[in-house]
Write a protein that binds this ligand. Structure first.
Ligand code: AMP
Length: 428
């Protein structure tokens, strides 16, 4: 390997990727905690898959003609000449893991995941090359109740994050077996207007007429809005199923709008599809999306098994949550122990250990600086409380407790300290 003689002045994170700094991580932990709590109450279990997968997982599952597979995957040949990629989404990985690990035996599997995804898109506000998704997959017997439950869960999750101003757009794509019939009917309606479209949009329509319906090209939009959309062309049975899903959502107070032009970017969907948007997000207004994917498991070599799920973009959840509420920085609690003079240093260290042993976040400054410098350090570290130990405290078997928010301080008996600190931490 050849190394450049001189390193660039500063090596930077790759375009479209970013560091999540310690302060932000508190929010991430809060969001992840909220996700885990709500998914648990809906009886979902966590699954973690590798970020690196066999390329075939996605080419087979997501569809060769989709934008993700054609343009957005980070694909490379590894040292063993295998075609691998960084996962662009997790549903196909979950299904691969489900089949490979014999999870099929349990009948129903309700799984959730959290983690990074990779897509080589042009970075812009709300769009990154490494971003994070949180999602669920409900694998097992199909029922309109399951579809409704997944949508309900998505809404409850958003509300748990303080997000109220979201919109749920809902549609159905019908059975996979109806796809070619619907495509033919769409073509009948749209064909006469296709020559008004740009060459690239025409090529998209040629490859997959459904893709035209969610094209951002204004001419394509105008053309498709003159056509009734997918639902009109579906069988009676598929439409009745859709009505059942709607009825359950209505009965359970879920607000949604039917959007017959909603198609999802991936090929594997059938029946219920939905997207959740938020006005605070600007051009990239999708918070999340999901739907039923009854054919995917068989497509990846498994038994015919039905499934439905959703994925939400974590970075966009933060944008929406921040637009509606001020997120708290819970989790910052820290007790900082200060040794007022040299003789108190060993005891100060003992106190730090005692606090930590009781589960209370605690730290100190071990560099032997003077009292003022240690207090400055406590300030910089955003300590909630400072415990000061000096000669006077050592002889009186007490500590001076300083509230960093108000600046007030008092002397407290040493044997009360741990109980008091625990109560402060619990109240945080
Ligand atoms: P998708 O898997 O394309 O349906 O995406 C589901 C959700 O993931 C979207 O609604 C976004 O919130 C988020 N998402 C997708 N792509 C990106 C990206 N490049 N950057 C940030 N978030 C994204």
């Amino acid at each position: 390997m050849i190394f450049p003689k001189e390193l660039p002045v500063q090596i930077k994170a790759l375009r479209g990727t970013r560091d999540i700094l310690p302060e932000e991580c508190l929010r991430w932990q809060w969001l992840e905690g909220a996700a885990r709590a709500i998914f648990r109450t809906y009886a979902y279990d966590e699954i973690r898959m590798p970020l690196l997968e066999d390329l075939a997982v996605f080419t087979r599952a997501v569809g060769e003609t989709t934008e993700i597979v054609q343009k957005q995957m980070y694909t490379f040949r590894d040292r063993g000449d295998r075609d691998v990629c960084l996962r662009p989404e997790a549903t196909a990985s979950v299904v691969r893991a489900y089949l490979e690990n014999g999870l099929t035996a349990a009948g129903r599997q309700k799984l959730y995941y959290l983690g990074p995804m990779f897509r080589a898109e042009r970075p812009q506000a709300g769009r990154q090359r490494q971003f994070h998704q949180v999602g669920v997959e409900n694998i097992g017997p199909s029922s309109p109740y399951v579809d409704a439950e997944v949508i309900l869960l998505a809404c409850r999750f958003l509300e748990a994050l303080g997000i109220q101003g979201y919109r749920v757009l809902l549609s159905t794509l019908g059975e996979a077996g109806e796809r070619s019939h619907v495509a033919a009917r769409l073509r009948e309606h749209l064909e006469p207007g296709l020559d008004r479209l740009s060459e690239t949009t025409r090529a998209t329509a040629e490859q997959n007429i459904f893709r035209l319906l969610d094209s951002k090209d204004p001419d394509a939009r105008e053309l498709t809005r003159s056509c009734p959309g997918v639902i009109e062309f579906l069988s009676e049975q598929s439409r009745t199923r859709f009505e059942s899903v709607r009825k359950i959502l209505d009965q359970n107070g879920v607000r949604y709008e039917v959007d017959p032009y909603l198609v999802r970017g991936l090929d594997y969907y059938s029946h219920t599809v939905f997207e959740i948007t938020h006005s605070a997000l600007g051009a990239q207004d999708a918070l999340g999306a999901g739907g039923r994917y009854d054919g995917l498991i068989a497509q990846l070599g498994g038994p015919e098994t039905e499934a439905v799920g959703f994925a939400m973009g974590v970075e966009r959840l933060f944008l929406a949550a921040e637009a509606e509420t001020s997120l708290t920085d819970a989790g910052r609690f820290l007790v900082f122990v200060v040794a007022a003079d040299e003789s108190a240093v060993p005891k100060a260290f003992e106190w730090v250990q005692a606090l930590r042993s009781d589960g209370i976040p605690a730290d100190w400054d071990c560099t032997g600086k003077n009292l003022k410098a240690q207090m400055k350090q406590a300030n910089r570290r955003n300590a909630s409380w400072v415990l000061i130990l000096g000669e006077r405290e050592l002889s009186g078997n007490s500590l001076t407790v300083k509230d960093m928010a108000t600046g007030e301080q008092e002397s407290m008996d040493a044997d009360r300290i741990l109980g008091w600190a625990k109560a402060q931490f619990a109240d945080e």
